[in-house]
Design a binder for this molecule. Structure first.
Ligand SMILES: [Cu+2]
Length: 162
């Protein structure tokens, strides 16, 4: 009769090799907490927000693409003389190891013509183009104007078992 293989013995070499890989490679720039807040009016653009986390090297965000909207632009809101205006941004610096937030009242994405299928699914994939050549694919949650999920069917919780 064979002794059962210990799951711990199997895990340790894997954990070690992941650790070594993490130490050897420079930390990449990444994006998280992406969401799209739908406009209450279909004719006007929706807004997108996210957090960019700088890696070991500084880079720039050069643009955002998606198959699920007609057009995406990067904008910045600013107040001037009591009025809030917004201007398009052609690129945004992401300094090394710094956090750049696209958040309500500041930098944001404007998305025209968000796809109805994506709205029903409650999420859409955005592709972030970096000056270093990286293309980061990030799923953005789609919210209705009141901040609730736009998914038409009850969302399936992929982490139910945890
Ligand atoms: Cu805008």
């Amino acid at each position: 009769m064979r002794a059962p293989t210990s799951p711990i013995a199997l895990c340790v070499p894997l954990a070690l090799s992941l650790f070594l890989a993490a130490c050897g490679d420079p930390a990449p720039t990444y994006i998280d907490q992406a969401y799209v807040r739908l406009s209450p009016n279909k004719a006007s653009p929706s807004a997108g927000y996210f957090i960019a986390h700088g890696g070991d090297s500084a880079t720039q965000l050069r643009g955002v693409l998606t198959d699920y909207a007609l057009k995406v632009e990067m904008h910045e809101s600013m107040s001037a003389g009591g009025m809030t205006k917004m201007a398009p941004l052609s690129s945004v610096d992401i300094p090394a190891k710094a956090t750049v937030a696209f958040a309500p009242g500041g930098k944001h994405l404007m998305l025209w013509g968000v796809n109805d299928t994506a709205i029903g699914r409650g999420k859409m994939t955005l592709t972030f183009l970096l000056a270093n050549g990286d293309r980061l694919l990030v799923d953005a949650v789609i919210q209705k104007p009141d901040g609730t999920s736009s998914a038409s069917a009850p969302a399936v919780d992929e982490h139910e078992d945890h």
